[in-house]
Design a protein around this ligand. Structure first.
Ligand code: 0O2
Length: 212
């Protein structure tokens, strides 16, 4: 396919990624401006590279004319949260919006992948406005904690290094590391619960003092 044709296909995805990143960053600002804790820590996005699209199409035997419907992550958004509990909150926020329609969900947190990968994936429909009119496209939103992201980033670079032929002993180590990540997330959640309890009892005490 010619580069000009790729540009025409990928341009609306660039727009979708830009818009979605702005919208999720705005959610962070809304929380922070209200002096509240934001369930979203950070957000970033990317449009899949042409070489990766072709590689995926070849692997999954997808004909070029069906790429847009069958490759669901041409537009990819990654939302990073501090705590596992924040992930549910982010999903609720997305469900309430009328500019994003959830097509499907893959819960790799409840069902960890064989590699040890954990993350919550949503495929959404999102409409962008182009010179040719509105275009409804798909985007993948990956939601994960900082700890899950740490694991996935390291594993992804190792996959790249070993070109999908990772030695078994490294796979075993990564699996162990993924178990440690689960424990880390649980520990952080219990620290969070304690902070919340401490804050609640502080505000109760403060209101008692102000009543006197
Ligand atoms: P990239 O480089 O992240 O853009 P699949 O059939 O498993 O290849 P599918 O069915 O499209 O993929 O969806 P799935 O399983 O939900 O995976 C989509 C994306 O999730 C991947 O994108 C990765 O970003 C991430 N992911 C899934 N499994 C793993 C894993 O074991 N390790 C890491 N680090 N990330 C994973 P791509 O297409 O691989 O490309």
């Amino acid at each position: 396919m010619e580069i000009q044709l790729w540009r025409e296909i990928l341009d609306p995805y660039e727009l979708a990624v830009d818009e979605l990143v702005v919208k999720f960053n705005h959610i962070i600002s809304e929380y922070r401006n209200a002096g509240e804790y934001s369930p979203i820590e950070q957000v970033n996005g990317r449009v899949k590279k042409i070489s990766s699209i072709l590689e995926k199409a070849q692997k999954k035997k997808i004909p070029l004319e069906h790429i847009e419907e069958q490759i669901e992550d041409i537009a990819g958004i990654r939302i990073i949260c501090q705590f596992v509990e924040d992930i549910d909150k982010v999903v609720e926020l997305i469900k309430l919006r009328n500019d994003m329609e959830i097509k499907s969900i893959k819960d790799y947190i409840g069902n960890k992948k064989e590699s040890g990968y954990r993350s919550y994936h949503l495929i959404i429909y999102y409409t962008v406005q182009t010179l040719q009119g509105p275009k409804r496209l798909q985007a993948e939103i990956q939601i994960r904690t900082l700890a899950m992201n740490f694991w996935a980033t390291i594993e992804h670079s190792l996959q790249y290094k070993y070109k999908h032929n990772m030695p078994q002993h490294i796979k075993d180590r990564l699996w162990k590391a993924s178990e440690a990540i689960i424990i880390l997330d649980q520990e952080m959640s219990s620290v969070r619960d304690e902070i919340m309890d401490a804050q609640n009892s502080f505000s109760i005490k403060a209101s008692v003092v102000s009543d006197i």
